[in-house]
Design a protein around this ligand. Structure first.
Ligand SMILES: Cc1ncc(COP(=O)(O)O)c(C=O)c1O
Length: 436
């Protein structure tokens, strides 16, 4: 592709782009269960207006854009409050869960260099259910992840954690909740183990950070996971998930400023001037920061409580319907994220059958299962989804042919003992994305 010789009209450009989007995920009709957290057109409109108003602002220099500095400070204050961080807590906005996790691991690595100088390579003890962003961060930062299994309830196996801890461990990780089964690890036990050894404990609440506090306020039982748990030293929580703000906004919060210092980067001798950068990115778009501030204030406590209630009602109806269809929910989901499988039919075939009728369900492995991440926007679509799910399961049980889809591929990949072949497959897939 080359630049057009002459520029096109905005209408022409946008019409072409809209044509390109015709086959994109139909999230507005509740057809997808991840990627977009739909809280309604009103929330999107507020977010978009704020994004637009600060479209060209850059938070790289907080002195040039005091507005963004104010928004960021206030959002972090609010986040620390929700997470019960107390007066000493301090954090930053990032572009998403992955960057927040990257920052938590960078902080742990640099903290380790000061407080555990013999720990080389420094180790992080982490459940296999934790998000791949930790694997990526460790890969970038030269940290060694010591993976521990989960128990039959899909929460981290604490005995395995004890066995995995060593003189080189600088950080222990838990999720609130985990992506695969939506369960909250035993954070008090993990944090206690960390505290006893004088090391750090990170809670990944990218999914739960802006949902669990409201669930608790609605009087629902929520296992302890935030800074009220002694020994928890940092928490990642995504605004662009259940905070319903524009994509590109997450928070990383530390128990105190001294710990956060390890996250920062400064260069004092650059000819371009003194350079200090709190997080991974240099230039930081103002749009996501402004949109986050706007949505938080537009919804307020009342709005988040209402959305949490709607989402949980939809989730309960979905879990009930999944069970009524003879399918099995894995573990005890803590909020609106859960996985299910089938004992009498091939779960990937069921996902393919749902694909064929337009419902895109994410597939998981180890064990094979289907995954639903429920947003308030799914509420009106629970009944048609369950009706199609029940029908599809019934057809498959009756011996209907599996529609051609990904079942064979997923099945084969899951059974490949040689994981380097699976790696090769994924690398090849990424390589092929830009080929026509
Ligand atoms: C538990 C958990 N942590 C971290 C992440 C990474 O977030 P992001 O995709 O915003 O980088 C996700 C994403 O789904 C997640 O589910």
């Amino acid at each position: 592709m080359q630049l057009p010789e002459k520029g096109q009209s905005p209408d022409e450009v946008l019409a072409e782009m809209q044509r390109a989007a015709e086959k994109d995920a139909d999230w507005r009709s509740g057809k997808t269960w991840s990627l977009v957290y739909n809280a309604g057109e009103d929330v999107i409109a507020v977010s978009r207006r704020a994004y637009d108003a600060f479209f060209s602002s850059n938070a790289l220099n907080p002195m040039a854009f005091p507005s963004l500095r104010r928004f960021e400070t206030e959002i972090l204050d609010l986040a620390s409050g929700l997470l019960h961080g107390g007066r000493e807590a301090a954090g930053n906005l990032t572009t998403g869960g992955t960057e927040s996790i990257l920052m938590a691991l960078k902080t742990a690595r640099d903290w380790g260099r000061v407080h555990r100088p013999g720990a080389s390579p420094a180790e992080v003890v982490i459940p296999v259910s934790a998000h791949p962003a930790f694997d990526k961060a460790a890969h970038y930062l030269g940290l060694k992840l010591i993976y521990v299994p989960v128990g039959p309830d899909y929460r981290v196996d604490l005995d395995a954690v004890k066995d995995a801890l060593s003189e080189r461990t600088v950080l222990v990780v838990g999720s609130a909740p985990s992506f695969p089964q939506g369960v909250i690890d035993d954070i008090p036990a993990l944090a206690k183990l960390a505290e006893e050894r004088g090391i750090l404990c990170h809670v990944d609440a990218c999914v739960g950070g802006y949902f669990l506090p409201f669930l608790e306020r609605l009087g629902e039982p929520v296992a302890p996971w935030d800074f009220r748990v002694p020994g928890v030293t940092s928490i990642s929580a995504d605004l662009h998930k259940y905070g319903y703000t524009a994509r590109g906004c997450s928070t990383i919060v530390y128990r105190d400023r001294a710990l956060r210092r390890h996250q920062f980067h400064v260069q004092t001798d650059w000819p371009g001037g003194l350079y200090g950068s709190p997080t991974m990115t240099g230039s930081r778009p103002g749009g996501p920061i402004a949109a986050a501030w706007a949505v938080l204030h537009y919804l307020g406590e009342e709005g988040y409580l209402r959305l949490a209630r709607t989402t949980m009602e939809a989730t309960r109806a979905l879990i009930g319907g999944v069970r009524a269809a003879g399918l099995r929910v894995l573990g005890k989901p803590a909020m609106s994220v859960f996985a299910f499988t089938a004992d009498d039919l091939e779960i990937y075939a069921l996902c393919d059958a749902m694909d064929a009728s337009g419902w895109k369900i994410d597939r998981q492995q180890l064990p094979p299962s289907a995954h639903l991440m429920v947003s308030p926007g799914h509420a009106p679509f629970v009944v048609p989804f369950l009706s199609e799910l029940g029908d599809a399961a019934h057809r498959l049980r009756g011996g209907a042919a599996t529609p051609s889809g990904s079942a064979a591929m997923y099945g084969a990949l899951a059974q490949m003992g040689d994981r380097s072949m699976v790696s090769e497959f994924l690398l090849g897939f990424m390589d092929s994305l830009d080929q026509k």
